[in-house]
Structures are given as structure tokens and as C-alpha cells.
Design a protein around this ligand. Structure first.
Ligand code: CP
Ligand code: NVA
Length: 305
């Protein structure tokens, strides 16, 4: 039987997502009580990084250890990928040796080629197109702070990147709206973004996008892999900085999120990310708990609490 993968947010159904959020809560509560929970004893996660990472690396490695398993970290330069070994061969080989694989890479097509040749579940740890583990943690964080996200409004300010596209997939699945505001020329392209008209609205003015929002979020102006565009983007995005004045257009109890790493003074002002509406540290911590639930689900299937 083909393994279950998590390559995009929409690979999971609404029911599976609800199950994962419930398991995240259960696993997090046990962890906070210092209770051992090790369903992945004797299991191995391989992590393949073709781009830099802090949170993804630490949360997957720590999470796998906490669940009783081990994680092996492979940076591109340390592997034979850097000497031309095809990604399909890497998939065939390591998926005979480990139980689950996480990959951070460039084009989505690369992870799809890997998954097509893998005997074990594959998790997207970020591609140019999507970052599904981030949005699992973000939605869990919203629910912890404010309750169900169904019917709520998320304002996305800035680049129409991998994180933005994943929010749009989640909106369709979980029934909330995303207001997207990007500078001209950086709009979501229909070929790569999921644009379900009933869950997506575009705003030329970022202040208007924030109006009535329950959650305001942004990300770096230049994502990994696009560094050559950095100076041009700094000019183009100057009006898309989330500052206190912009946040005031959202609901008074709106929360602010950022997947991190953040550049204070570029996409977000320090007064916002370090201010009272920011939940970015809970958001980062929840990568750990949400991904432990994901690892448990992909390796063990549904378990009884
Ligand atoms: N948010 C996130 O994925 O962070 P890292 O790039 O540090 O893994
Ligand atoms: N959009 C960013 C997210 C980093 C976690 C990037 O792809 O670099």
C-alpha cells in the first residue's frame, strides 16, 4: 500500500486535521507534565535539508527523540546529492532504512519525485511553494489562544510565498477567510496558489486587508532561494511592514503571527512582534507539539488516547 505523505496542507482531510489538532493538545499536555510518551521507540526519522533551518531542524529532532525514536540529519552538502546522485535514488535507499522522512528543498516537484519513490511517509519541511508544518502549528496556536478558526479572518501582509499559499489551502479546508495584500507584481499566481474565491480576497492596500482581521501575519520579504532579488524587494515592499498603526485596523483582540526568522524594521516593526498581541513564541513552540502529532499519525496511524 502507498504510504501517506504530507507534501501539501490539502493532503489531509478536515477530519484528519481535527484529529491532529486533538493529538497535538494531548501530546503537549503530557509533555508539560513531564510524562514520558514514546510510541516511536526504535523508529528513525531522516531529515534532508537543502536550505537553512533553526526551528524545523530542532523541533523535528527534539520531537522524534521525545517520542522515543531517533533523527538523522542530512545537509545537502554532506550527501551524495551534492555529487549528482538522483533524488529518486536517495528516496529508494533511505526509505529502506528509516520509518519516515522530512525534506526541506526548493521546488515542490523535487519532494514529489522523492515521495513517488519512497516506501515510507514523506513530510514537507518547506519548499518554494508550501510550508504545511508551519500552518499546522499556526492554526493550533490560534485555537489555543482564541478558539476555532472557522469563520475567522486572517490578514496576510507581504510576499505571496510558500507560507501564504499554505494559508490559502488551509482556509478552504477549515472554513476561514484570508485577506492577502502584496505589492504590485507579487500577487499570488493562479498556477501555484490555491485561490478559492469564497475564502480569498485580494487587497492592494495592506491597511484595508487588516480591517476586521482576527489574525494578522507576515513573513520575510525575501524567501530562501530568492536572495538575488533582495535589494529590489526591500524597495518594493516598503509599505508592507506590519507596524502598530497597521495592526490597529484589525480587531482589538487580533493576534499577530510570524513563522520566523523575522527581520525587525523590514516586514514587521519591533513594537508589533515584541508587543502584547504577538504570539510568535507560542507559535514557534507549537511546531514541536504539532509535528510530534504528525509523526505519530504518519508512523502509527490513528491511536486511541
Ligand atoms: N519557521 C521555520 O520554518 O523556521 P526555520 O527556517 O528556522 O526552520
Ligand atoms: N518564506 C520563508 C519561510 C522561512 C521559514 C522562506 O521560504 O525562506
Amino acid at each position: 500500500m502507498a504510504p501517506k505523505h504530507f507534501l501539501q496542507f490539502q493532503d489531509f482531510s478536515r477530519d484528519e486535521l481535527d484529529y491532529l489538532f486533538e493529538r497535538t493538545r494531548w501530546i503537549k499536555e503530557r509533555f508539560k507534565r513531564y510524562e514520558l510518551y514514546q510510541p516511536l521507540r526504535d523508529r528513525t526519522l531522516a531529515m534532508v535539508f537543502e536550505k537553512a533551518s533553526t526551528r524545523t531542524r530542532v523541533s523535528f529532532e527534539a520531537g522524534m527523540n521525545q517520542l522515543g525514536g531517533i533523527a538523522i540529519n542530512l545537509n545537502r552538502g554532506d550527501t551524495q546529492l551534492s555529487r549528482g546522485e538522483p533524488i529518486e535514488d536517495l528516496a529508494r535507499v533511505i526509505s529502506r532504512m528509516v520509518d519516515v522522512v522530512m525534506i526541506r528543498t526548493f521546488e515542490q516537484a523535487i519532494i514529489e519525485r522523492f515521495a513517488a519513490h519512497s516506501r515510507v511517509p514523506v513530510i514537507n519541511g518547506l519548499t518554494n511553494e508550501y510550508h504545511p508544518c508551519q500552518i499546522l502549528a499556526d492554526i493550533y496556536t490560534y485555537v489555543e489562544h482564541r478558539g476555532s478558526i472557522a469563520g475567522r479572518t486572517v490578514a496576510w501582509i507581504g510576499d505571496s510565498n510558500n507560507v501564504c499559499r499554505t494559508w490559502l489551502q488551509a482556509a478552504t479546508l477549515l472554513g476561514f477567510s484570508v485577506h492577502v495584500s502584496t505589492p504590485p507584481g507579487y500577487e499570488i499566481r493562479p498556477a501555484t496558489g490555491t485561490r478559492d474565491a469564497s475564502h480569498f480576497r485580494f487587497f492592494a492596500d495592506p491597511h484595508a486587508a487588516c480591517h476586521g482581521a482576527d489574525l494578522v501575519t507576515t513573513d520575510v520579504w525575501t524567501s530562501m532561494g530568492f536572495e538575488a532579488e533582495n535589494e529590489e524587494r526591500k524597495r518594493d515592499f516598503a509599505r508592507w511592514r506590519v507596524d502598530a498603526e497597521m495592526l490597529r485596523h484589525a480587531k482589538p483582540d487580533a493576534v499577530f503571527m510570524h513563522c520566523l526568522p523575522a527581520h525587525r524594521g523590514e516586514e514587521v516593526a519591533a513594537e508589533v512582534i515584541d508587543g502584547p498581541q504577538s504570539v510568535v513564541w507560542d507559535e514557534a513552540e507549537n511546531r514541536l507539539h504539532a509535528q510530534k502529532a504528525l509523526l505519530e499519525y504518519l508512523v502509527c496511524g490513528r491511536v486511541k488516547a
